[in-house]
Design a binder for this molecule. Structure first.
Ligand SMILES: C[S@@+](CC[C@H](N)C(=O)[O-])C[C@H]1O[C@@H](n2cnc3c(N)ncnc32)[C@H](O)[C@@H]1O
Length: 160
């Protein structure tokens, strides 16, 4: 058994409040949670470091747009609440890239409009931004987060 501790860095585990996710899921109908653990995955199909299939352990290395359900005419609709540390820019770039391949990617990220990643992905990609009112309480946290959040939506070019 691989230790859970190995997968949990503080900045990594901002598990989405369920009611917040459910509302977005009702609107978008997510096919795949692209960064998760088995314990916090929001979709049956997920990528994460504890996945039983080694090929599904690194979401940054997987194609996303091909994960749409077989009965759907469109590419995958992806949920992405990425690790909030240094790799966040890589995740946002991947989200933008996958949307250009046909995926719809809905991201929950800290609202950091001064960062390089925000400018190079959210702004440069012309994404829709929904600023979250108030502060979210992630996972089992007692207190609300010390930072504001935003939902960023990258859509495929043809739907723009
Ligand atoms: C902010 S949490 C989001 C958890 C959950 N998907 C949710 O929305 O509540 C980010 C997750 O990304 C996972 N993660 C870290 N690196 C990853 C990688 N390379 N591929 C897939 N998942 C990764 C972490 O283990 C963590 O569970």
């Amino acid at each position: 058994v691989v230790s859970r501790v190995m997968f949990s860095s503080k900045t990594d585990q901002h598990s989405t409040p369920l009611d917040f996710f459910m509302e977005l899921d009702a609107e978008f109908g997510f096919d795949v949670d692209v960064c998760a653990l088995e314990s916090n995955a929001k979709c049956n199909v997920y990528f994460g470091p504890d996945h039983w299939d080694p090929a599904h352990r690194d979401g940054l290395e997987r194609p996303w747009s091909t994960y749409g359900r077989a009965d759907k005419a469109h590419a995958a609709v992806c949920w992405m609440n990425p690790p909030y540390g240094r790799t966040i820019g890589l995740w946002m770039q991947k989200a933008l890239d996958e949307s250009r391949k046909g995926a719809t990617v809905v991201c929950l990220v800290p609202e950091r409009t001064d960062t390089r990643w925000w400018h190079e992905t959210v702004i440069a990609g012309g994404a829709e931004v929904r600023f979250v009112r108030g502060r979210l309480k992630f996972g089992s946290a007692k207190h609300a987060a010390p930072f504001p959040s935003a939902v960023v939506i990258f859509r495929p070019p043809e739907s723009a």
